[in-house]
Write a protein that binds this ligand. Structure first.
Ligand code: MCN
Ligand code: FES
Ligand code: FES
Length: 920
């Protein structure tokens, strides 16, 4: 033990410590200063930054033995408070920097040290500084963080005030403004607790869980021996599949088959805990419950799992090889198929070779790389309900997926979403919910389960890679005539939502263009690599790796400008263009989009030409183009519900299960209800939010598929409309709460939104034809790249983006989603992957972009075509920036160098190889 006297946030404290503890452990576990976050735990992300004797210090790797006695330490809690914020904190709110907010404390700490030492940095200096401090953000794309730091510097220099930074409401409506999301203040002051922070603050007696996990990718389990683990210090119990079954559970996750006709599985292949087989690396085999996390983890390692290792099929092609064994005996590895069959057959021999192309491409197993590792906790609530808190973005969806598996009736199960430090879709699948629920049921004690980043990366789902083989044909002018495809999706070992995902290849390959003949087959395959879970833009990055590369290749072959060919073929009302699934788009807005983009494209071409003219040829510059379209909703009929309740003090409480990844669900509910509630004189600050608890909020469906603004936004609007209608008197004034009660009127109203029109044109499971989405988002991507022909390194220097997401409900949210999504697109195109289980196991090694990997010059333009089915004309926006940015970047590499790369990520060695190929 060591004794230290430290001055923490201005208060002198005497601490008795284990010398091997880290500074982060002491701040978090002993002092509950949980504004210091643990993202990576190994010095890669800066989430744990604090100031020690004036220097930025990554507290997760700083051992207490190295901390000098009497050191002065400032954590985010010491930078400013809710009632007296530091200018950097105010700027962070004003520029929308706190999306999920998990990185915010660490960045604000870095920014403070920078500005304390350099009051007038340049933008480059700010970016370099964050890069040097290893500060990572997965949500914002970094640009807003630089903007905020520059603005805060101006305040600190006395050139403006904190108040000048903040949006001030002038009119009655807040639609389309920079109104700051309700959670921002807590996020920037470090008072917004995430799951691991809550877990630390749970009552004594809470058991800490750890998992025994598979260390191989495919094996039969011969025996599980828990004896040694059970005798270890602090261990209360080791739970295996047998215990879950003994407690009445089936031990199966229900994968919810959505499209049964061509699906060869019933969706029940995923065990809660593996009993007979291991299907992928990291699979959970046993849960250890102990008094401390350290004890639980030590015992989890001591559980002996005797296995017979089997050949592992690590990609779709290997798993469909004729000699491959069935991963789930009795179910073929190729378990699902969809065919997009639109229009008449096309005779490919009827046109010359010069008017047709065929490409093969590959979209990778992109890891989500949210900074907050998966975590959760559970307990039995005051009504005896088994209650699970997690990062779930589908709290009602996950109930039927886990209830039978753990033997808890739905009416006795409650799921609550914790504040989530980003999910980007991985939490569309349950991860820890069944494990926590089973442990609570069996142990009848409160429990918590917190992953480290290695577990987070290796255990949770990933984007399902796809091998695309696409042919396109055009007439002699470049007008598209036909699309043909044959594609394979690697969905890992568990089928859940694999049918929906693959259906999206039918829905989005070739989307954006009026193509009258499509024959596009896609097959979903079980493998032993990471299970496929939803990832932002779900299914469309795979689709566009096919069609947006193919159209570029066709343009080059036919000598047509890549922008022109796209504009010529986009959806046009005059031509009666239809989407790949056979129906007209909900609005024809693409022609206008191309009109807006045209001058931006011409300017970019000029810039690139000038740079090339000035270059010695070592660096080559290029501009790329792509068009992305993505639907808002779950396929087919979709629905959401919300409540609006008038309170005695005249405020209104909105109850909504609009899960928040960080995209801004709180603000979404606020603006979507206020726009109607304002008719009754309700101001935004009079709206209270109760969110994301299955016990108190009605079913709103998951926050996936960019559906919430449309579905839950409409539900909030309708709930507000029903309340306002009840409050309205005949003379046009509005009843108070007391008047409502006196007249016997209800004070709480439901809003229910259903996309009934999708029911009129359901998806045909044989042809994929139908009208699956209420509305779509449209984006033109125009990245400008610099390719170093000696190193193969590609840098996106500028990214221009022109999009139409309908009415912008909140500008900070929409722009924030775009900045962040575009930089994820840069990662997908150039650096990110989860392939090598021996290497791709940290944020850094998976290729997450750091501040210097993202361009400072990101230019966003929005057309706001009114959507008839959106609340107040809005479509969604969350996934629009990540449907097709990566083919645009590959197309830009081609434009710069002539090298055509069709597999992501285009890491330097791949670019060099493609350049070498040109020399042949
Ligand atoms: N919005 C708006 N005006 C519009 C459209 C949307 O102001 N015309 C706002 C909405 O109020 C909402 C946000 O933009 O706060 C996104 O809306 P929407 O597209 O409806 O998406 P969801 O609310 O359903 O959010 C999910 C979506 C998806 S599917 C992923 S994945 C995703 C994303 O949003 N993951 C994110 N954005 C993310 N942002 C962060 N920071 N972290 C994630 O994990
Ligand atoms: Fe400490 Fe990532 S650098 S948590
Ligand atoms: Fe930076 Fe989410 S706001 S990681």
């Amino acid at each position: 033990m060591i004794k230290k006297t430290l001055k923490i946030n201005g208060v002198e404290r005497i601490l008795i410590l284990d010398k091997d503890e880290t500074l982060a452990q002491v701040l978090r576990d002993h002092l509950l200063l949980t504004g210091c976050k643990i993202g990576c735990g190994e010095g890669h992300c800066g989430a744990c930054n604090v100031i020690m004797n004036g220097k930025v210090t990554r507290s997760c790797i700083y051992k207490m033995s190295r901390v000098p006695d009497h050191a002065e330490i400032t954590t985010i809690e010491g930078v400013g408070t809710l009632s007296d914020m530091h200018p950097i904190q105010v700027a962070w709110m004003a520029y929308g920097c706190a999306q999920c907010g998990f990185c915010s404390p660490g960045f604000i700490i870095s920014a403070k040290v920078l500005l304390d030492n350099n009051p007038s940095p340049t933008r480059e200096e700010v970016r370099d500084w964050f890069n040097k401090q290893r500060n990572l953000c997965r949500c914002t794309g970094y640009k807003p963080l630089i903007d905020a730091t520059m603005a805060a510097a101006a305040v600190m220099r006395g050139e403006m005030t904190k108040e000048d930074l903040v949006f001030k409401q002038t009119g009655d409506s807040i639609v389309g403004t920079n109104y700051i999301r309700p959670s921002a203040a807590q996020k920037v002051t470090g008072t917004w607790d995430f799951g691991a922070d809550d877990a630390l603050k749970m009552p004594s007696g809470t058991l800490r869980l750890a998992l025994t996990q598979a260390k191989v990718s495919h094996a039969n389990i011969l025996n599980i021996d828990t004896a040694e683990a059970e005798s270890m210090p602090g261990v209360v119990r080791v739970i295996t599949a047998k215990d879950i079954k003994a407690a009445g559970g089936t031990n199966k996750i229900n994968g919810l088959v959505m499209l049964p006709k061509h699906n060869k599985t019933d969706g029940f292949e995923r065990p809660v805990l593996c009993d007979e087989k291991i299907f992928q690396f990291g699979d959970a085999i046993a849960i250890v419950a102990a008094d401390t996390e350290e004890h639980a983890r030590a015992a989890a390692e001591a559980v002996k799992v005797e296995i017979e290792e089997l050949p592992a099929y690590m990609n779709a092609m290997d798993a469909i090889a004729p000699d491959a064994a069935e991963i789930h005996p009795g179910i073929p590895n190729a378990f699902f198929e969809t065919n997009c069959i639109k229009g008449p057959d096309f005779d490919w021999d009827s046109i010359p070779d010069s008017q047709q192309v065929e490409i093969e491409s590959y979209c990778s197993r992109q890891p989500h790389l949210h900074l907050e590792p998966d975590c959760g906790y559970g307990y039995i609530d005051e009504d005896g309900m088994i209650t699970v808190h997690s990062k779930s973005i589908g709290i009602h969806l996950h109930m039927p997926m886990i209830a039978d598996g753990i033997g808890v009736p739905m009416e006795n199960l409650r799921i609550v979403q914790n504040h989530a430090g980003g999910t980007f879709g991985y939490k569309f699948s349950p991860t820890n919910e069944a494990l926590i629920g089973a442990a609570v049921k069996i142990l009848e004690r409160p429990v918590s389960l917190v992953f480290n980043q290695f577990q987070n990366i290796t255990y949770t789902g990933k984007r399902s890679p796809a091998f695309m083989n696409i042919k396109l044909a055009a007439d002699e002018h470049g007008k598209l005539l036909a699309l043909w495809g044959n594609n394979y999706v690697d969905h890992g070992p568990y089928s859940e939502f694999g049918d929906l995902l693959t259906m999206r290849l039918s829905q989005f390959t070739g989307a954006g263009y009026g193509i009258n003949s499509i024959r596009n087959k896609s097959t979903t395959v079980f493998t032993n690599h990471a299970w496929g879970s939803a990832f932002r833009a779900y299914g469309s990055p795979q689709s566009y790796m096919g069609s947006e590369i193919a159209i570029d290749v066709l343009a080059a072959k036919m000598g047509i400008d890549p922008f022109d060919i796209r504009e010529m073929n986009c959806y046009k009302e005059s031509e009666g263009s239809t989407i790949p699934t056979g129906y007209p788009p909900e609005v024809y807005c693409e022609e206008e989009l191309f009109k807006t983009a045209r001058p931006l494209y011409e300017a970019a071409k000029k810039r690139v030409a000038e740079k090339n003219a000035a270059s010695d040829g070592k660096i080559k510059y290029g501009i790329g183009v792509s068009l992305g379209v993505y639907g808002c909703g779950l396929d087919g009929v979709d629905t959401s519900n919300a409540f609006a309740e008038l309170n005695p003090d005249g405020t209104v409480t909105m109850y909504a299960a609009w899960e928040d990844h960080g995209q801004g669900a709180d603000m979404g509910v606020l603006v979507s209800s206020h726009e109607t509630l304002r008719q009754a004189g309700i101001r935004p600050e009079q709206i209270k939010l109760v969110m994301n608890d299955t016990k108190t909020c009605p079913n709103a469906g998951p926050a996936g598929g960019s559906r919430s603004q449309v579905m839950s936004g409409n539900a909030c609007r309708l709930a507000a409309e029903n309340l306002v209608a009840a409050m309205k008197k005949e003379d046009g004034t509005f009843r108070t709460y007391d008047e409502m009660v006196a007249e016997g009127l209800a004070t709480k109203y439901e809003g229910n939104w259903v996309t009934t029109f999708c029911a009129d044109h359901p998806i045909d499971q044989d042809t994929a034809q139908g009208d699956p989405f209420a509305t779509y988002m449209y984006t033109i991507f125009l990245p400008e790249v610099a390719v170093n022909t000696e190193t193969g390194k590609v840098k996106v220097e500028k990214f221009t983006c022109v999009a139409d997401v309908g009415t912008i409900m909140n500008r900070l949210l929409v722009e924030g989603n775009f900045y962040g999504g575009l930089v994820q697109g840069i990662g997908l195109a150039l650096t990110e992957d989860f392939e090598d289980l021996n290497h791709d196991t940290s944020l850094k090694n998976c290729g997450i972009p750091y501040p210097n990997d993202a361009p400072d010059d990101i230019e966003l333009h929005f057309n706001e075509t009114y959507r008839p089915s959106g609340p107040y004309g809005a479509a969604g926006c969350g996934e629009a920036p990540l449907d097709a940015p990566h083919p645009a970047i590959l197309n830009a590499i081609y434009n710069a160098t002539g090298a055509r790369i069709t597999r992501v990520p285009a890491r330097p060695e791949k670019v060099l190889a493609a350049l070498k190929e040109l020399e042949k």
